[in-house]
Design a protein around this ligand. Structure first.
Ligand SMILES: [Zn+2]
Length: 343
């Protein structure tokens, strides 16, 4: 059973063993709480200066991270761990309950709410708790996402362009521990206030990723997230044992790709019914037909052909059949040699 905590500052984060909590954040306009699940493990195998912090459910309608991190709350054994591991499987708990991207309590997207505000609405108070109370507990931060209803992605880990060569190289090495087909360097210009923005800015080894989509549970996505986090724990010595591949041994090596400028994120030119003609993760050449937009107001009208403006790997495509004008329709990313990032 979890211990209910009303005052987060009362949690003893150094207490040896595995301890499960529900941290109560009072609602803004009603009597009641969002009860955010938290598991803190201080391993009995000795000290470890790293510390790994794992988050799922930052977006409520993305399930692979919620499940993988919850499973780790169950399966990790303090006797086998050195140092500290912190697990929060449903960070935006109210959004997770509601199966929505943003919290229904205040309409806020938790992944745009950082660094938070102790006097703000509930999502800002939760993100402020993470920034103030959780981030100081470790130097490795993992936030597991999937496309939600926004977009479809090939399975990938992700990180922003990182100015520090040392931090960038370590993040890139950690990204490979998830053994996904792609590791994706994405644009910092898309938005701010992300959990990963804040952790990266603090110099932490920070990793996001897209492990499924469409409000489903992707079997392989859960596996990559769960086994990948175990590999991170092994890599940093929190767990004993060698790194284990997640895919079978014949799988091609993880490809590093980059779309760090906004012109790679192509908006839909008009409302329409979307007919994709290529697969996620495939290599697309300039001029190649990516899909067609149909307008059923006149069924005799020709479809609008959407052709690639550049070469690249198709790292994201609009998920629903009904993209609206301005929504991101697709992203083409350039391959990057690992040596450019890792050195
Ligand atoms: Zn997400």
């Amino acid at each position: 059973m979890s211990t209910l905590v009303h005052d987060a500052s009362a949690i003893d984060f150094d207490r040896p063993g595995k301890h499960d909590y529900q941290v109560a954040f009072h609602l803004d306009g009603a009597w009641g709480y969002s009860l955010v699940p938290l598991t803190v493990i201080n391993g009995k195998r000795g000290r470890n200066t790293n510390g790994v912090l794992c988050f799922g459910g930052t977006h409520g309608n993305e399930y692979e991270g919620q499940i993988a991190v919850k499973q780790l709350c169950n399966t990790l054994d303090a006797d086998q761990i050195s140092g500290r591991v912190v697990l929060i499987p449903q960070l935006s708990e109210s959004a997770c309950v509601a199966n929505t991207r943003t919290s229904p309590l205040d309409g806020v997207n938790m992944n745009r709410a950082f660094p938070g505000n102790p006097r703000g609405t509930i999502s800002y108070r939760i993100s402020n708790f993470v920034k103030s109370n959780i981030f100081p507990l470790g130097r490795v931060v993992i936030d597991v996402h999937s496309g939600g209803k926004e977009g479809a992605f090939p399975m990938c880990t992700s990180f922003h362009p990182i100015p520090s060569a040392e931090q960038r190289a370590e993040i890139a090495k950690v990204s490979r521990l998830f053994d996904t087909p792609f590791a994706f360097i994405y644009s910092s210009a898309m938005a701010s206030g992300l959990l990963t923005d804040e952790a990266e800015a603090e110099g932490k080894i920070t990793l996001g990723g897209e492990f499924g989509g469409g409000e489903t549970t992707n079997r392989l996505g859960v596996r990559h997230a769960y086994e990948g986090i175990l590999n991170v724990l092994r890599h940093y010595g929190h767990l004993e044992g060698a790194i284990r591949p997640v895919r079978d041994e014949n799988a091609p090596a993880t490809k590093l790709v980059k779309a760090d400028a906004l012109n790679a994120y192509v908006p839909c030119p008009r409302d329409g019914i979307w007919e994709p003609l290529v697969d996620l993760g495939s290599y697309i050449s300039t001029g190649e037909l990516i899909g067609r937009l149909h307008d059923f107001a006149d069924h005799t009208s020709p479809a609008l052909e959407i052709r690639a403006g550049k070469d690249g790997y198709l790292l994201m495509m609009h998920l629903s059949a009904r993209p609206q004008k301005g929504q991101t329709l697709y992203v083409l990313a350039d391959e990057v040699d690992w040596s450019e990032v890792i050195g």
